[in-house]
Design a binder for this molecule. Structure first.
Ligand code: PLP
Length: 364
């Protein structure tokens, strides 16, 4: 399928321009401005793609856009977890993976399953403690998994220092960049080998599609991930790829607004008597708060909002919240009273009015 490769804007463009321009069809008479939703299980023989599990031009447009933003080549998957399990399964048996003690529950669950089956050794660390992570890195370590900020504790890793320490023992580094987005941090430029995203979250941004992505500037890793996707078949839906690309066009505007809202809310949350602790890394739009009234107060709080939606997931235009320990698999080191807030792009005063009335109910 020659001509599938979308026009790539030059490297010198800013992130905002790339978000709008990358992954477009060539600018030629009668070309559509957007890559269409191509529904095809197979293609006429003799081209580059051949079969619907091997490639699709709608995925490709989305991949070109994310690749431009992260500074590598991207491959999209059915979900963030499809992307994550695919790259974790590339680690050779008998090797060790070092990973954050607090990170996405599904990532921890898959690592635990691999360890239980005797495939890998897993060492869990506090990813914001660079000395502790460095001490865990030895010759058996094939992979350092970083999530930063972590979900939902919001610890921040020193990515350049950790990449140096991992590479010194010959380990690869993968960064789950879902929370930060490429607008806030670009791990491939800081030394990471691979970036993964749950594009379900900020990249799509509208809570209407599940999709994942793997980005790397290493050709060998790119080939291995592509081969694994072809065989495992955890491919994205074409409509999802189109929705995700449609969402990505406004990523910079959404992140900017959500981040400004988050900063405004953090200042007010810190003053509220119902709030014992506010965790906010100073960037991004996820906040975690611990309530003075404990788990019951946190549950009451999540039931008492009207504008904020009580739901899991994050990164949508709408603000949502949930008490993380309501989930069975959440690490026990996450406080029972911790509520994760995903700040959306509504009016910040409306958001605060709703939050403060719901917090007030926990003090009554
Ligand atoms: C949601 C999430 C995932 C999993 O992505 P899905 O698209 O739900 O499969 C992975 N990592 C992080 C940080 C997430 O927030």
């Amino acid at each position: 399928m020659a001509g599938v490769t979308a026009h790539k804007p030059s490297e010198s463009l800013s992130m905002s321009t790339l978000a709008v321009k990358a992954g477009r069809p060539p600018s030629e008479p009668d070309q559509p401005l957007n890559e269409p939703i191509v529904m095809a299980s197979t293609y006429v023989a003799g081209g580059e793609v051949e079969y619907g599990r091997y490639g699709n031009q709608t995925w490709r447009a989305f991949e070109d856009a994310v690749g431009a933003l992260e500074g590598g080549r991207a491959l999209s998957f059915a979900s963030g977890m499809a992307a994550i399990t695919t790259v974790l399964d590339l680690v050779a048996p008998g090797q060790t993976v070092v990973a954050p003690r607090h990170c996405y529950q599904g990532t921890l669950a898959h690592l635990a399953a691999l360890e239980q089956r005797g495939v890998l050794e897993v060492v869990l660390v506090d990813i914001d403690n660079t000395a502790q992570v460095a001490a865990a890195l030895d010759d058996n370590v094939a992979l350092l998994w970083i999530e930063s900020p972590t979900n939902p504790a919001l610890e921040v890793a020193d990515i350049p220092a950790l990449c140096d320490a991992a590479h010194a023992v010959g380990a690869r580094v993968i960064v789950d960049n879902t929370f930060a987005t490429p607008l806030v941090q670009r791990p491939l430029t800081q030394g990471a080998d691979v970036v993964v995203h749950s594009a379900t979250k900020y990249i799509s941004g509208h809570s209407d599609a599940l999709i994942g992505i793997v980005v790397t500037s290493d050709d060998q890793i790119h080939r291995a991930v592509d081969e694994a996707r072809r065989v495992r078949g955890a491919i994205p839906g074409t409509l999802e790829a189109w929705l995700a690309l449609r969402g990505l066009r406004t990523l910079h505007l959404r992140v900017e607004r959500a981040q400004a809202n988050a900063a405004g809310l953090v200042a007010r949350l810190r003053e509220h008597p119902a709030v014992d602790r506010v965790r906010y890394p100073g960037f991004g739009a996820v906040i975690a708060i611990e309530l003075t009234g404990g788990a019951d107060a946190a549950d009451l709080f999540t039931r008492s909002t009207s504008l904020w939606v009580h739901a899991t997931s994050l990164g949508g235009v709408e603000s949502s919240l949930e008490r993380r320990r309501r989930w069975q698999g959440e690490p026990l080191t996450i406080p029972e009273s911790l509520v994760r807030l995903s700040v959306g792009i509504e009016d910040v005063d409306d958001l605060w009015k709703d939050l403060s009335q719901a917090l007030g109910q926990t003090l009554a």
